[in-house]
Design a protein around this ligand. Structure first.
Ligand SMILES: [Zn+2]
Length: 83
């Protein structure tokens, strides 16, 4: 009964707070095993994914820029259009 009223919490090193054990994941760090909440893990994962997507977009932009230059060099008539 008291267990249900007082859910087990663990200290989250990322937030510096205690969270319910159900929301925690034990992860291995350089200093040993520590508990971190799933929320913060998911948040940093999606940030990482967003950064990766941004990097891919930049690469694609560079690629299309290069293609534009090459197309301009291949078609002298096109060059006049950009002047
Ligand atoms: Zn946390």
């Amino acid at each position: 009964m008291s267990d249900a009223l007082m859910p087990e919490t663990l200290y989250c090193y990322h937030c510096g707070k205690h969270h319910p054990k159900e929301a925690m994941r034990q992860i291995a760090t350089r200093t040993g095993k520590r508990w971190r909440c799933i929320k913060s893990i998911e948040a940093s994962r999606s940030n990482h994914a967003a950064r990766e997507a941004f990097g891919r977009e930049k690469t694609a932009n560079n690629q299309s820029y290069r293609e534009t230059i090459l197309r301009r060099m291949a078609n002298p008539e096109l060059q006049t259009l950009y002047r």
